[in-house]
Design a protein around this ligand. Structure first.
Ligand code: NAI
Length: 422
């Protein structure tokens, strides 16, 4: 078996890497069975016998629990650490005590600090908005901090009372409205955590020649946490990336000192030099902006909770849940898990109705991460072609006129046949 290696942040990709996959629960097995032949066909079409992925099944979720008694066996984490990169389907979140969420656990254990979600429209996909093709963004959601760090204290517990007393007595906190019945959550947002995420977003914008990076935050209310995120983002862009970026913070400084005309000239000069414009938008306004002017936004960097809402809102805008891909990446260690972003869809599991596009496009992101862009492009093209010719799975077929409904497996086979013809 050959594995990806990472030295000083540089990845070396063998031609025949072993890559673990977690098929997942619910519809997971169906979408995996439909998708693997598509990945293999795309790689073969792009590179003949020169490149090939050896897929290695590893277990997590319900299937793991049934077979091993553990929701997330050590072997699974070991295999991902060895291979560096993995692909996963949806996992049932165990109900009751123990692990809060397997996805959150995987992200935190491997310190996968960037949750990357590209959002684009595929011509013909049913969408609730008039011009969905104007939406083309890549979201970089911080994955390890914020209220998702899980630092919470339940109502009425002794430690909660202790914490409330500490806040009131030693920090003069006066505005816990109902201290007797309050639960408390803690929101850590650090300079380091913010800068590594925003740096990844800027690196991506540079590599992909995207014109803007937008910092989305609630710094108007949470001045030190989300306000810090914005501040550190601008600081990073103006120092580490000073040759590649111009910020709207710099624009404001010039405007105050030398007037609007000078600021506009500086902005236009920066654009003419191909610099990335780094700006910021308050999160609630951003949710309006993406409906009204989606074309104004390219790469988005945001804290964990905002990123959760924004990812789903944008995915819905371009046709929703069955098609949105995602990757959780640590650009320093090279660890990355690409995943279908939807859940296990228990209501349609086992019926051949699931749309495998989210897993397929996540696999496409994995191929891009390996530098196998040609194979990734073939998957995207095949999906575009299938949707254009209206041969789609049940979820899309019901919302399209004159569509031919294919089962999950038939859809996968159809994509393979398209790839062979491309
Ligand atoms: P869900 O995403 O499984 O389902 C929501 C709706 O979307 C359902 O109507 C479902 O049929 C539909 N849907 C989802 N994926 C689809 C696909 N590929 N093709 C066509 N339709 C699709 O969300 P729900 O019901 O809230 O969660 C079910 C289980 O999944 C829970 O245990 C939850 O914790 C888990 N979950 C896991 C995630 C992951 O592993 N990344 C993400 C979200 C939920």
């Amino acid at each position: 078996m050959t594995y990806i290696t990472v030295t000083n942040g540089q990845r070396t990709i063998p031609n025949t890497p072993t890559i673990p996959f977690i098929a997942g629960d619910g519809v997971g097995a169906e979408i995996w069975a439909a998708s693997q032949p598509v990945f293999d066909a795309a790689i073969e079409k792009a590179y003949g016998d020169d490149k090939k992925i050896f897929w290695q099944e590893i277990l997590a979720g319900e299937k793991a629990f049934e077979e091993t008694g553990s929701w997330l066996p050590d072997h699974t984490l070991d295999a991902i650490e060895q291979a560096k990169v993995a692909l996963k389907g949806p996992l049932t979140t165990p109900v009751g005590g123990g692990i809060r969420s397997l996805n959150v656990t995987l992200r935190q254990t491997l310190d996968l600090f960037a949750c990357v979600r590209p959002v684009r429209y595929f011509e013909g996909v049913p969408s609730p908005i008039k011009k969905p093709e104007k939406t083309d963004m890549v979201i970089f959601r911080e994955n390890t901090e914020d209220v998702y760090a899980g630092i919470e204290f339940a109502k009425g517990e002794a430690e909660t009372k202790q914490l409330i007393e500490l806040l009131q007595e030693q920090f003069a906190v006066k505005n816990i409205r109902f201290p007797e019945t309050a639960a408390i959550g803690v929101k850590p947002v650090s300079e380091e955590g913010s800068k590594r995420l925003i740096g990844a977003a800027i690196d991506f914008a540079i590599a992909q020649k995207r014109p803007t990076v937008t910092l989305v935050h609630k710094g108007n209310i949470m001045k030190f946490t989300e306000g810090g995120f914005k501040l550190w983002g601008y600081e990073l862009a103006e120092t580490t990336y000073k040759d590649e970026c111009f910020t709207m913070n710099q624009y404001q400084t010039i405007k105050q000192a030398d007037g609007a005309e000078a600021a506009d000239t500086a902005l236009n000069d920066a654009k003419a030099q191909g610099k990335i414009i780094v700006n910021d938008v308050i999160a609630d306004n951003f949710l309006q902006q993406i409906l009204l002017y989606p074309e104004k936004y390219d790469v988005i960097a945001t804290c964990n909770l905002n990123g959760d809402y924004i990812s789903d809102a944008l995915a819905a805008q371009v046709g929703g849940i069955g098609i949105a891909p995602g990757g959780n990446i640590n650009y320093d260690t090279g660890y990355a898990i690409f995943e279908a972003t939807h859940g296990t869809a228990p209501d349609i599991a086992g019926q051949g109705k699931a749309n495998p596009c989210s897993l397929l496009l996540s696999g496409g992101m994995l191929l891009e991460y390996l530098g196998w862009q040609e194979a990734a492009d073939l998957i995207t093209k095949a999906i575009e072609e299938a949707i254009r010719t209206k041969k789609v799975t049940s979820d899309f077929a019901h919302a399209m006129d004159d569509a031919v409904e294919l089962s999950t497996q038939e859809f996968g086979s159809f994509l393979v046949s398209i790839i062979k013809e491309l």
